[in-house]
Design a protein around this ligand. Structure first.
Ligand code: SAM
Length: 121
């Protein structure tokens, strides 16, 4: 993570790492809004924790991407359950073979903060 942030020239003071298991670290993290949540934790329970913690905090137009949706049954199950409980959210994909799977937060009027209109699927 540190190496990637360095490569992207993100200033050190803008990076905060929280080491530990999600069930212990998430309750202590106070982040008002999230633009992109990259979920890469393989299994059912942590994926579920990520969905419940970070989806509500996504900014309008924000993304939540699932690295393991195609690779780990636990991840897929957690995401599919979440989508089953939130029929208004639809999975989107990008790419052909190695697909990216993501969901996106819409604002009530379908317009995100940048003014971009979020089209339905
Ligand atoms: C495939 S690795 C990906 C790590 C990182 N995103 C990367 O690309 O290097 C999956 C990671 O999820 C972490 N993980 C799984 N369950 C977790 C949990 N409940 N809390 C915190 N991390 C968890 C594992 O420790 C592992 O480091």
């Amino acid at each position: 993570m540190i190496a990637v942030m360095k490569k992207l020239q993100v200033p050190k003071e803008r990076v905060k790492l929280h080491r530990g298991w999600f069930d212990q670290t998430f309750p202590k993290i106070d982040v008002p809004q999230v633009a992109l949540a990259h979920v890469d934790c393989d299994f059912y329970e942590p994926t579920k924790l990520c969905l419940n913690k970070w989806y509500p905090l996504l900014a309008p137009g924000g993304f939540m991407q699932f690295d393991d949706y195609d690779a780990f049954l636990g991840c897929r199950k957690a995401v599919d359950e979440f989508l089953g409980e939130h029929q208004e959210i639809q999975m989107q994909t990008l790419g052909e073979n190695a697909k990216a799977y993501f969901i996106r937060k819409r604002s009530q009027d379908g317009v995100c903060l940048s003014g971009e209109v979020l089209c339905p699927q």
